[in-house]
Write a protein that binds this ligand. Structure first.
Ligand code: SF4
Ligand code: SF4
Ligand code: FES
Length: 358
């Protein structure tokens, strides 16, 4: 097949940047990485990019295609050619460019190191007789996070890092959850305290770009949500973000509604509320806020309360609840396949559900 593409070239020494066109013949099975190899071998030996495994394991070949991060060795070019596209290839975002498609990964690794990405079990050596058995249910909590290959594609797309380069970011926080959720780790609260500090979990804007671009299904935004749930469960809730989340739950539990008028005092405190009185008054004048926020209790609020009690009773108010929610959603998708509702099969972790009947 005939492949055409444009590559942003960058000279780290002179700072010169230019968009260069390439066109070449490549086999049908070629990935973006294969095409880059062909260019380097046959057209332009000075092109710089990273690679190693060629099979989506090492995480070296992250780059952008038409502005979205991809692993070059995963990206099949046939579908791009068939669509008549001439893609623009550029280096990953949110990391300093060294040359052409090569970025400096040091800021990425610095945040990874800050996570202390090793097990801290609280002892030096296990007792001889003692064996740690981790249940499948406990493993499910960190199953996705353990798939990370440190490619940086999520970091490249992170909105929050773009405005605050010190934000810990999706990859590091997913790594943090991999250890917070490990049943053998004994440093949970200490870790959560660190991840709740400035530039930590509550600075995520929930844009979900990291989740969309991760080539391994780690779902870093879900990992950050799990860290938030675990923080509140362990009482690490001094941040405004945690207070905000807690108020949502409290409001739904007591009235079945989100009482927005009370969000500011409950999350930012009374001093900040007083400072915003003028703004509140203008909202009232325009009919956008009620003068006397008398809580309205929803019909059937008992259901919301019963749900809250059940979650507490079963200990599903942390990361485990989020994972079980994902499994429940997967089951709904399965039962609604083809537009028809079917009896939901029991899904066991690691076991493929039986094929739908009819
Ligand atoms: S969801 Fe959060 S961590 Fe993920 S890309 Fe958006 S701001 Fe970054
Ligand atoms: S979370 Fe996904 S995108 Fe981010 S570094 Fe890990 S594998 Fe790459
Ligand atoms: S070359 Fe290893 S992930 Fe692409």
């Amino acid at each position: 097949m005939q492949v055409a593409l444009k590559i942003w070239r960058y000279d780290g020494e002179t700072g010169e940047r230019r968009l260069q066109d390439y066109e070449l013949d490549a086999p049908e099975w070629a990935t973006l990485l294969d095409v880059l190899d062909l260019i380097k071998d046959q057209v332009d030996g000075s092109l710089a990019y990273r690679k190693s495994c060629r099979m989506m394991i090492c995480g070296s070949c992250g780059m952008r295609m038409d502005g979205a991060a991809v692993l070059a060795c995963k990206m099949r070019m046939a579908e791009v050619v068939d669509a008549g596209r001439v893609p623009v290839i550029s280096p990953m975002g949110n990391l300093p460019v060294v040359k052409d498609l090569v970025v400096d990964m040091e800021p990425f690794w610095a945040k990874m190191r800050a996570m202390q990405p090793w097990l801290r079990p609280g002892y030096n050596e296990a007792d001889e007789e003692r064996e740690f058995l981790v249940s499948q249910e406990q493993m499910n909590v960190i199953h996705k996070e353990a798939l990370c290959i440190n490619c940086g594609c999520c970091v490249s797309e992170c909105n929050s890092m773009e405005s605050d380069p010190d934000f810990l970011g999706p990859a590091a926080l997913a790594k943090g959850m991999r250890f917070v959720g490990d049943a053998r780790d004994a440093a949970t609260v200490e870790r959560l305290e660190a991840y709740n500090s400035e530039h930590g979990i509550w600075d995520c804007t929930r844009c979900y770009f990291c989740q969309e671009r991760c080539p391994k299904g780690v779902d870093p935004r879900d990992a950050i949500a799990k860290l938030g749930a675990e923080s509140i469960r362990h009482g690490v809730d001094r941040d405004m973000g945690a207070k905000h989340a807690k108020w949502f739950v409290q409001s739904a539990k007591t009235t079945g509604w989100l009482r927005e008028e009370e969000l500011i005092p409950k999350t930012q405190g009374w001093v900040s509320t007083v400072k915003q009185v003028q703004f509140a008054m203008s909202l009232m004048r325009k009919g956008k806020a009620r003068p006397l926020p008398i809580p309205h209790v929803a019909e059937g609020v008992e259901e919301a309360r019963a749900l809250y009690d059940l979650v507490k009773e079963q200990g599903r108010d942390g990361a485990l609840g989020i994972v079980q929610g994902e499994h429940a959603l997967a089951r709904i998708e399965f039962t609604e396949e083809g537009g028809a509702r079917r009896a939901a099969p029991e899904i066991e972790p690691g076991v493929e559900p039986p094929p739908a009947e009819g």
